[in-house]
Design a protein around this ligand. Structure first.
Ligand code: ADP
Ligand code: MG
Length: 621
């Protein structure tokens, strides 16, 4: 039976894991020392889990074992061993957590590395949930020996050379926890020197909440860190450097945060917190980090990582810790989900983050712009979800505009502040790119009358802005739907007889396609444009619906015709000469489809071009 016990089973890495390992092993890289932080951070995670379990489970293996990390360095043999008394791993953990990458970020990571031309920045590995594999920057073969805290667990040895596969076998291991050992590659010999190793962990080791002991083989080891729960310290004694390093340790980010707030709250709720705003969003395009949040401690014991109840969805870009004595020490995750204390903490933190952002917006425009660029899309959603703070969030919104330079954003307050006395509404136009939007014929009227229009270029704006009915008593209105007579002091004039006859022909040709055909007040340089009438959604909303549902049929639009345009006048003249001229119908259809083209809704480019060719052939006869 010892035979089966000691036979190592071999497992193949999944395809993307192989690609990742190939990259790590064969790339040039900077910051190989990052492996130290990654392995110690894993040990620290495992120790936190063991400490949490100790509170409720007295049957766990080695329940009284001291919680610590031991590092043994042999500079003659160039070996490194990092051992913890943490939660340990089961066989399922070794296969499913260590051996495979659960994080969907891996493939993106690989692609982003390839895009960088193959030079691997070791600093970035941890961000993608594959920190352990940083060790293959400095070692060819790695051994992990582990035993889980479950009373009935067995000792296990995992080995890999970072190529296509790993092996797992059962071993004798009497104690709980994980031991990782490897021989350094020649290029990485420096990492078995104690002074070098210590200098690497110095930066963040004081944030590890457990003793880290370093020594040579056979020695007891010396404590290398001075444990400090930074958030428990008085605000004045925490330097920005300490706070920044703590943030990096906590978040796996390699950059300093944009800013932070340190809270010590006493009253109807009691807690201490350090909350950071990162400078850039993690490299996972288009996904908001809804799973991330602040870490919850009670009495310095980590209860829950990324505790969602601590932040509303739209602020989940913030990172940090909250420590409260108001919850029982053996609090379960179910309690954190329903406790009124948690709601109070969430409200206080939300208020503090909003104050921090207000402060930046008022006093440090550059900083606020950076924040808005990184997290604006996520933050805006607060308008729709946080009714208590809605006013504040609306004040913090920023938009591109027709009157500003590219890249300069304006607030609704800026806009309202420079409105002309006769202007009653705040106008916006939604679209994809500033440049194409600036050529939209529907803007001609606003340009002519020198009226500012906000340009909504972020798809999220289409959800957010229409839900703001008014700002400072002014209606917030899409220019597609704008009632322009509100701005027009001159009398509306009746269309002339010839105009009416031409409009009737337009209606006849486009019968089923448009809601109506009307003379335009907004066009200056263009002949026709489509606007939203009684039936329709605005253009951008319609495009979004079409993205969600391919068969979505938008409502019909109003076609506005610029009666002053030379082309329209020519058409009226042709009609007067020969009302039955078949070319007229072609021209009208073509004008209509041109307007569709500008909206991005052209049904058949081939037909459009064929008709254009016929018209040009006729014109050049
Ligand atoms: P992450 O820490 O972001 O999850 P890693 O690649 O660093 O990614 O680690 C992968 C997983 O391996 C961890 O989530 C954990 O389950 C397991 N693991 C790694 N090191 C240890 C350790 N020392 N003790 C227990 N589990 C560990
Ligand atoms: Mg890790």
């Amino acid at each position: 039976m010892t035979d089966t016990l000691h036979t190592a089973e071999q497992y193949e890495y999944k395809a993307e894991m192989k690609q990742l390992l190939h990259l790590i092993v064969h790339s040039l890289y900077t910051h190989p020392e990052v492996f130290v932080r990654e392995l110690i951070s894993n040990a620290s995670d495992a120790l936190n889990k063991a400490r949490f379990r100790q509170l409720t489970d007295k049957t766990m293996l080695d329940v009284d074992a001291p919680l610590e990390v031991r590092i043994t360095l042999d500079s003659a043999a160039h070996t490194v061993t990092i051992e913890d008394t943490g939660i340990g791993m089961t066989k399922d953990d070794l296969v499913g957590k260590l051996g495979t990458v659960a994080s969907s970020g891996t493939l993106e990571f690989i692609n982003s590395l390839k895009a960088q031309g193959g030079t691997l920045d070791g600093n970035m590995i941890g961000q993608f949930g594959v920190g352990f594999y940083a060790v293959f920057m400095v070692a060819d073969d790695v051994t992990v020996e582990t035993r889980h805290a479950n009373a009935d667990s067995v000792g296990l040895r995992w080995k890999s050379d970072g190529q296509g596969s790993f092996t797992i076998e059962e071993i004798e291991k009497p104690t709980r926890g994980t031991r990782i050992s490897f021989t350094l590659k020649e290029s990485a010999y420096e990492f078995s020197e104690e002074y070098r190793f210590k200098s690497i962990i110095q930066k963040y080791s004081n944030f590890v909440e457990f003793p880290i002991l370093i020594g040579k083989p056979g020695e007891a080891g010396e404590k290398a860190n001075n444990i400090r729960a930074l958030w428990q310290m008085p605000k004045e004694s925490v330097t920005a450097d300490d706070a920044n390093e703590f943030y990096k340790f906590l978040s796996n980010d390699y950059q300093n945060p944009l800013g932070y707030t340190h809270l010590s709250i006493e009253g109807s709720v009691n807690f201490k917190a350090l909350v950071f705003i990162p400078e850039t969003a993690p490299m996972r395009p288009l996904t908001f980090d809804q799973d991330k949040s602040l870490h919850l401690y009670t009495n310095k014991v980590l209860i829950e990582e990324n505790c969602k109840q601590l932040l509303p969805d739209y602020l989940r870009f913030a990172r940090g810790v909250v420590d409260t004595d108001d919850l029982p020490l053996n609090v379960s995750r179910e309690i954190t989900q329903t406790s009124p204390q948690m709601t109070k903490i969430n409200n206080v933190i939300t208020g503090k983050i909003l104050s921090l952002l207000q402060d930046w917006a008022a006093n440090d425009a550059d900083k606020y712009a950076k924040f808005y660029k990184a997290f604006g899309s996520q933050f805006k959603i607060g308008v729709n979800s946080d009714y208590t703070n809605r006013e504040k969030i609306v004040q913090l919104l920023r938009f591109d505009s027709t009157t500003t330079e590219k890249g300069t954003l304006v607030s609704l307050k800026d806009y309202a502040g420079r409105m002309k006395p006769e202007q009653k509404e705040i106008y916006y136009l939604a679209g994809e790119h500033r440049e194409t939007m600036l050529n939209n014929p529907n803007l001609e009227y606003f340009r002519k009358h020198d009226i500012e229009v906000l340009l909504l270029t972020d798809p999220v704006d289409i959800i957010v802005v229409p839900s703001i009915p008014e700002f400072e008593g002014k209606k917030v209105q899409s220019i597609d739907k704008a009632d322009l007579s509100a701005n027009e002091s001159s009398e509306e004039k009746e269309p002339s007889m010839t105009d009416s006859v031409l409009l009737a022909l337009f209606k006849d040709v486009l019968a089923e396609k448009v809601e109506d055909v009307v003379p335009s007040k907004r066009l200056v340089d263009s002949a026709v444009t489509l606007v939203v009438g009684k039936e329709g959604l605005d253009v951008q909303m319609e495009r979004m619906m079409k993205m969600l549902d391919k068969d979505f049929q938008g409502g019909r639009k109003l076609l506005e015709v610029n009666m002053e345009h030379p082309l329209i006048k020519n058409l009226a003249r042709l009609q007067l000469a020969d009302a039955g001229n078949p070319a007229l119908r072609q021209y009208i259809l073509h004008l209509y489809e041109g307007a569709l083209l500008i909206e991005g809704n052209m049904p058949s480019p081939a037909l459009f071009v064929r008709r254009m060719t016929e018209i040009m052939t006729d014109a050049t006869k």
